[in-house]
Write a protein that binds this ligand. Sequence first.
Ligand code: AMP
Ligand code: FE
Ligand code: FE
Ligand code: ZN
Length: 293
Amino acid sequence: MGIDLHTHSSASDGTDTPAALVEAAAAAGLDVVALTDHDTTEGWEQAAAAARRCGIALVPGIEITCERGGRSSHLLAYLPDPQDPSLAASLERSRTSRAGRLERMVAQLAADGIPVTYAEVLANVPPGATPGRPHIADALVASGVVAHRDEAFARWLHDSSPYYVPHVAPDPVEAVRLVRAAGGVAVLAHPFSAARSGSATDELVAELVSAGLDGLEAHHPDHDPAARARALALAARFGLLVTGSSDYHGTGKANRLGEQTTEPDVLAEIDRRAQGVSVVGRLPHSPGDGPSE
Ligand code: AMP
Ligand code: FE
Ligand code: FE
Ligand code: ZN
């Protein structure tokens, strides 16, 4: 049974179209995949059509970038109502601010002699997609300045780089409230990934739990054993759901589909709690679910 609850398509910074991503998930033998593009629901419809064709289940989701005091965190929203006015307005604000922020980062890079233009960056952003730093990286790869996204991040695009510019993003407490009010289930993504400055604190998690946080993504490629253990301990302390996912980005990252997975009973609980939209297709049964035959 394969359930991967965190992937990105070309509707944000992944390289597969939403349809190709779902096809790849089916080919990889997954039973369920969640599409969780950054700050957008743009890919949902195409992914849903592909899921129906391929016979696997799709969990429509979003990965919402949040910010507090210069530290970012990522919140996974599962099955929220995309028409919820407050949630939609917040996502729209983030996306709009992301475009201007990339333009400022590119201007600062170019002023320092790094050969890149905003037009080259925009050429890598598909229509309707959420723009992000990986699109700057793609422009640098296209012009041969770096070999791959990873190198661009290591040299110039990482969170503590002098070229880093933040974008408008909701406070994580506000984001949890928005997701829950839109009928979604809120799971904090890769809370303790060492590679990021955005590693959460126990205090933040406690605050988010009070705001309605449902779960923690303990199993993630960016989590070393200590990070995973810390997430599992916090989840046990607060009675939170525990998820696992690949954070697949197509060829934009080494992460493989199904690299980390979520237990069927956790997905069943996410489905039970959600009141925004439904899962597309049928969920696989948990072991011990229903009458035995
Ligand atoms: P942004 O949303 O513009 O702040 O960019 C953050 C995104 O950059 C993350 O969601 C990752 O997909 C991507 N990213 C971060 N670090 C790396 C890296 N070292 N290599 C490739 N992609 C990265
Ligand atoms: Fe990403
Ligand atoms: Fe993330
Ligand atoms: Zn992600």
